[in-house]
Design a protein around this ligand. Structure first.
Ligand SMILES: Cc1ncc(COP(=O)(O)O)c(C=O)c1O
Length: 453
């Protein structure tokens, strides 16, 4: 186990800042995804297993996992071999006709997620969620959509709203049984489209029912566990309640499993909670960092892509859908995740439990009021006395400044949590018990230095 006093000294030059400045001459913001911008700029050069190295050569135990995909770890050797083999086999993105590999992947996917009947492969979670809503609209002939405050469902017009709103943006109150004001997270959404979106609080069935009575709802989309604002779990019976309301009012229930899929369990969170959505979307951990997403669900909905009725047919098409390199990497990932001998999920659970128990003990030892929340291999911490049930409880109670400070102190100590308050930590199959003990030591040291500051 590492010892704090033996930590190698870390050298941080201005190289990261220079890269940002150079890139900014060509790319607005200096990087390809605005969500990657952080208060302290750190440019990484490589990743292997559980570790990242920055451009100065400093090593970090990584819990960001590239926003959660890396469930096996960075540059997994089995995926590398599969990708190399795809080149050796001269697979190409033929763009004409079926391929054996996409069928193989679909079959394996449906074995892993038996609650889904059909699957289609796309390139990003944002595409998948937008398509899920489009399919729901085509199936129901309705247009209104219920969104959940704090659920991130991608960058498209139909979902890009109400993520980490301030108390003021929410109207200064919790919307129990009610609808929040729509707060888009992007400019450029036409008013007509925005008027079709109805954000309500997580764990508030009454609010969903109120909206469903007032509007012709096509779909409700939610992350089954909110994992873009830390980890916010459903109350017992919440998902079953959503299912009942969807059936009663005739709207489609969409679970956005882009984060929970293949991370909460092989079968997604739907396997954990025992509630089957009409449609669900997958991305991230399905391919351990390769760009693929899946839209899956009931046959009658998924087959709308092939409807003979042109007024109901949904266009699901894409030049790079099921790209052979990505499919090869995804097959390698799912085979590993599904391998009973490897017991990936058992291993992740044990490690994750040790980490979250240790973090809770550490906060307690230092007299900090904190709650550590875990869902499988994902975890988060809040400076709140109880696990939050919704975004309101976080924004109105959590100590964001302390959260940010702690993340920054951990980064200085070689532990990388994304430096934005509440963002989830994710463990990979490449993490070891030693990594966890090192992390706990660093957390202890970081909190100690907070107290001394
Ligand atoms: C739950 C959820 N849905 C959808 C998305 C969008 O996926 P992508 O970034 O692949 O477009 C994300 C991305 O973070 C996500 O966390």
């Amino acid at each position: 186990m590492s010892n704090v006093s033996q930590l190698p000294s870390r050298k941080v030059s201005d190289k990261s800042q220079q890269i940002l400045e150079r890139n900014s001459r060509f790319i607005p913001g200096g990087m390809a995804s605005v969500n990657r911008r952080t208060s302290q700029t750190l440019a990484f050069a490589r990743g292997a297993g559980a570790y990242l190295w920055d451009v100065d050569g400093n090593r970090y135990v990584d819990y960001h996992a590239g926003f959660a995909p890396y469930i096996l770890g960075h540059n997994d050797p089995d995926q590398q071999a599969a990708v190399n083999q795809s080149f050796a086999d001269q697979l190409s993105n033929f763009g004409s006709g079926p391929t054996e590999q996409e069928g193989e992947l679909a079959e394996l996917f449906l074995q892993c997620v038996p609650t889904a009947e059909r699957v289609q492969f796309l390139n990003s979670g944002s595409e998948a969620t937008a398509q899920a809503i489009r399919v729901s609209r085509a199936a129901t002939g309705r247009e209104h959509v219920i969104l959940i405050q704090g659920s991130y469902n991608g960058n498209q017009n139909v979902v890009a709203a109400n993520l980490m709103d301030s108390v003021e943006m929410l109207g200064g109150r919790q919307a129990a049984g009610g609808e929040y004001p729509l707060n888009p997270i992007t400019a450029g959404i036409p008013k007509g489209e925005a008027a079709l979106l109805h954000p309500v609080e997580f764990n508030d069935l009454e609010a969903v029912e109120n909206i469903a009575r007032r509007y012709e709802i096509a779909a409700l989309i939610t992350e089954p566990v909110l994992q873009n604002i830390g980890i916010v779990k459903p109350d017992p019976g919440y998902h079953a309640g959503l299912r009942r309301l969807a059936d009663h009012y005739g709207f489609k229930l969409i679970f956005d499993e882009v984060k929970t899929g293949f991370r909460a369990a092989l079968g997604g969170y739907q396997a954990v909670c025992g509630v089957t959505p009409d449609l669900s979307t997958f991305g991230k951990a399905i391919a351990n960092g390769f760009p693929i997403a899946a839209l899956a669900g009931k046959t009658e909905l998924m087959e709308l892509a092939m409807s003979s009725d042109a007024t109901r047919r949904v266009l699901i098409a894409g030049t790079y859908n099921a790209h052979p390199v990505t499919v090869s990497a995804t097959l390698a990932c799912l085979r590993k995740l599904a391998d009973p001998e490897l017991d990936v999920y058992g291993y992740l659970d044990r490690l994750s439990e040790r980490l979250t128990d240790g973090l809770a003990e550490c906060f307690d030892r230092h007299g900090l009021t904190a709650t550590v929340v875990r869902q499988g291999s994902a975890h988060s911490f809040y400076f709140l006395p109880e696990p939050p049930r919704n975004w309101w409880e976080i924004i109105s109670g959590h100590n964001f400044a302390l959260d940010a400070k702690l993340r920054s102190l951990l980064i200085e100590r070689g532990v990388y949590y994304f430096p934005t308050p509440t963002k989830q930590g994710s463990i990979s199959f490449a993490h070891t018990a030693e990594d966890i003990e090192f992390t706990l030591q660093m957390m202890d040291d970081a909190i100690g230095s907070l107290n001394n500051a």
